[in-house]
Structure formats: structure tokens, C-alpha cells
Design a protein around this ligand. Sequence first.
Ligand SMILES: [Zn+2]
Ligand SMILES: [Zn+2]
Ligand SMILES: [Zn+2]
Length: 241
Amino acid sequence: MRLIVCGSGDAHGIPRPDCADPDCACARARRGAGTVRRQSCAVVEAADTRIAIDTGSGFQPCAALLLTHYHPDHAGRREAFAGVPAWGPDPGCEVAGLERFPAPDAVQFVAPFATLRIGALQCTALPLNHPIPAMGWAISDGRQRLAWLTDSYGIPAPTIAWLRAHPCSLIALDTTFPPGEPSAPRKGHGTLDVSLAALAAVGARRALLIHIGHRLQRWLEAGGALPEGVAVARDGESYDA
Ligand SMILES: [Zn+2]
Ligand SMILES: [Zn+2]
Ligand SMILES: [Zn+2]
């Protein structure tokens, strides 16, 4: 089973269009001298089954589509849904103070911790910490399991418990911000310190940081170090699970 990261960036991507800071990673990416990151999406493949996760700007069409939630950087590419079976969380009722993000018509709702079978793969929906209902996906080919967890501030306790009972050989987790970003809990996106603590709580042996924002990219390019077993995902890169 392989994970192909098609978009490792946050909602704005890198370079971020509204970032004019000449010292930012955006400026280096714009010059062709730094890392470019598209909006969040991935492909998981095993045997002859290929599943797309989310429809960010790096989206690659597959025969089936799993959605994490309905923010535009994850589900905004409506042409992606034409004729393709799609599954995602029930967006539920309106969340106080936030605009509602409805699901595209074709999406079939999956309950938290429910598992569905798509070809050779078993896909389990895992609740996340985000301002609107969001679920990551654990995907197993019967031998290995990987998890794609975005958007989320850390990992909620019931999902940590599930992951401890169902070990993954690879976990990709939202880490939008460098350590200590005060707005992260409200925005429902991981900071590096919170992500590393969540991965430790799960007992993750190998992890990929995804949904990378420009400030974390700048922090990394300034020499910020990661612990062993933790890497930053790159667009277009394949990872064996
Ligand atoms: Zn997002
Ligand atoms: Zn920037
Ligand atoms: Zn989101």
C-alpha cells in the first residue's frame, strides 16, 4: 500500500498569495528556490484500488473519493465529484458563529469509527478536532494500515484510543503552525508541539506532517529540527506503508 501526497499545504498553499514578506518561505518558493505546497489532498493505492482523499489544488482523480470535511480547500473542487462515489462526515447542524459548509450532493455520510470497504481497502472514519465536523481516514489493505488526519488541532482522545488499538505504520497529521501559535485551538489546526505530543500519545513509529502553513515552512527552513521518525510531507512524494 502506498500513500501519494498530492497537496501538503494548508488552505492558502505555499507560496501564499497574500504573503509579501521577503524573508518568508513564500518568497523563496515564488523564486523557484523553495518548497511549493498545494492545498491538501492525497491518493492511497494498493493492488488495483486507488482512492483520492480530498480535492485540494493538487487533486488527482481516482475511482473513489474520501472527504475529511467540507471546507473549500478540501471539498471545493466540485468537478471532482462527477460520477465518482464519495464518502465523508455528516456536516451536521450549523455551528454557532460559523458559516455552514454543506456537503456536495453526491457524498454518502459515514458515522464516526464506521468502516467501509472500497476495493482492496478498508477505510475507517476517525473524528478530529476542527471547528466543523471533520474526520480523518485510517486505511488498511489487510496487512498494513495508514492514517490521514487533517484538519485537526492534535488528535481527540477517542481517536487516540482507536489508533492505539489499531496500530498504523504511517500517520499523516495536520501541523499547520510552528510551536506555540495561540490561534491554533480556535482554528482547529495543529502546532508542531501539539502534533508531536499527539503522535507520542498514539505511539506512532513513523509520521508525516501535512497541511503545512507558511510560518511552519519558514521555521523548518530556518533549521527547526524534527524528532526521529517524523518527516514533513512533500507534494508528489510516495510513501510506502
Ligand atoms: Zn484545510
Ligand atoms: Zn509567507
Ligand atoms: Zn478545515
